[in-house]
Design a protein around this ligand. Structure first.
Ligand SMILES: *Cc1c(COP(=O)(O)O)cnc(C)c1O
Length: 435
């Protein structure tokens, strides 16, 4: 594949976006967004909106942000060409943006470091966060340990039971994990508890929301912080291939990693941006988390903002499913809903089994273990590549690494020796004898 060895020089550090993606004064991106919170939370959002506006015009903030990203996390992350897999699939040349190489193994670190610095600026000493699968909780706990914040992570009790490894690490890093017993004991209930805490402890506490969702200013703030991936990737693709990619793919849970990489290419008419949602096991209600691609999502207001939700005609949120816990969410970033409605981002979905196949292919041909979330973007690109020519260049955002998925992948692949290993480990810790 035509990677230009003479152009492999490192690219300059990314600057903040020249034209940040900002909503109107009501917090709306076109028809989506806003801030629907109880009166008691208004001052919190106003303070955060003002602080976000101040740091956008402060070069020192960005310099401090970049220093943490380079010395604590793994920025700049590389772009990796995939020559073996591109040859195997035939057709287009595929490249990966390696957000999996950041601290805690995903793009989430960019957001938590940025919001941590912002919280420190406005004098907060305590961080609270919601987490579903636990990845955002782990990223928040690492940042809090390093920056010296007290951290409380709200997690549905059901999720605490399902995600023991992440709970273990959060606690080891000094965070308090609160298992929320209300409602369905999952993410939505954790968000409600976090908001209750925030209204009671506003003076000391920053609510560190994990993706480009929720009330204004969170979607714009998280999108701004994640721009580093797109800015870097654009310069890296120019350096590696001498031109921009034809298509850029990213998985879409809440929307933050996709908005990060898409920002590098939004103004380029010749670059097609493709967002991959969780197609799950099929198109029935409860079988997937495809809010936009399948056409089943409808406009609604919940969890503090207006977007496309998977809901009943009466506005009840429905169950969602994905093999990737990080994509298993009923709502989506209002900015993604807006860009999709404008035709600026094409939405597709990938089925669980296509995703597991994509994980296998990337491991086997390139020696990279992708997160199940990221493998949705891979699956979409692998579907398209054979229909294209070697002149075509595809870039996929590898939002995270797959080590965390060993339980799910081993069970999807039916690896019985893994199950035996788990039983033996558990038995030896519990002192059970096999004699
Ligand atoms: C959390 C997560 C996602 C989904 O979140 P977005 O806000 O849509 O980026 C995707 N990939 C990985 C690896 C994650 O951990």
């Amino acid at each position: 594949m035509s990677v230009k060895p003479t152009l492999l020089a490192t690219v300059p550090p990314p600057l903040p976006p020249e034209k940040p993606l900002l909503p109107d004064e009501r917090g709306y991106f076109g028809e989506f967004g806003g801030a629907y919170v109880p009166e008691i939370l208004r001052p919190n959002l106003q303070e955060l909106t003002a602080a976000f506006a101040a740091v956008r015009n402060d070069a020192n903030f960005w310099a401090e942000y970049w220093r943490e990203l380079t010395t604590f996390s793994g920025r700049p992350t590389p772009v990796t060409p995939l020559p073996n897999l591109s040859r195997h699939l035939g057709g287009a040349q595929i490249f990966l943006k390696r957000e999996d190489l950041g601290q805690t193994g995903a793009h989430k670190v960019n957001n938590v470091i940025g919001q941590g610095l912002l919280a420190r600026r406005i004098g907060k000493t305590r961080i609270i966060a919601e987490t579903g699968a636990g990845q955002h909780g782990v990223a928040t706990a690492t940042m809090a340990a390093r920056f010296g914040f007290e951290a409380v992570i709200y997690m549905g009790a059901e999720d605490v039971e399902r995600q023991r490894p992440n709970v273990f690490w959060m606690e080891q890093m000094g965070a308090k994990v609160v298992a929320v017993e209300a409602g369905a004991r999952t993410l939505k209930d954790a968000i409600n508890e976090a908001l209750r805490d925030w209204s009671a402890n506003f003076a000391t506490t920053h609510y560190l929301l994990g993706t480009a969702c929720g009330p204004h200013p969170f979607p714009a703030l998280v999108t701004w912080l994640q721009s580093v991936a797109g800015t870097e990737a654009r310069a890296q693709m120019l350096a590696l291939t001498g031109r921009l990619p034809d298509r850029v793919y990213a998985c879409i849970g809440g929307g933050s990693n996709s908005l990060g990489i898409f920002q590098g290419f939004l103004g380029d008419a010749d670059v097609t941006l493709i967002g991959a949602e969780a197609g799950g096991t099929g198109s029935g209600i409860g079988e997937h988390a495809s809010r936009i691609a399948g056409g089943q999502g409808t406009r609604g207001i919940a969890q503090g903002y207006e977007t496309i939700f998977l809901q009943t005609p009466e506005g009840q949120m429905v169950d969602t499913h994905s093999v990737a816990a990080g994509l298993d969410y009923v709502g989506v970033s209002p900015l993604i809903a807006h860009l999709a409605s404008q035709g600026q981002v094409q939405m597709v979905s990938a089925l669980d089994n296509e995703v597991v196949e994509a994980v296998k292919l990337l491991m086997r041909f390139e020696g990279i273990i992708p997160a199940l979330e990221s493998a949705h973007g891979l699956a979409a690109a692998f579907r398209d590549a054979p229909k294209l020519s070697p002149k075509d260049i595809l870039l996929v955002n590898l939002s995270g690494r797959g080590d965390k998925d060993i339980f799910t992948v081993a069970s999807a692949l039916g690896d019985t020796s893994w199950a035996q290993f788990l039983r033996q480990k558990a038995d030896s810790m519990l002192g059970v004898s096999h004699d």
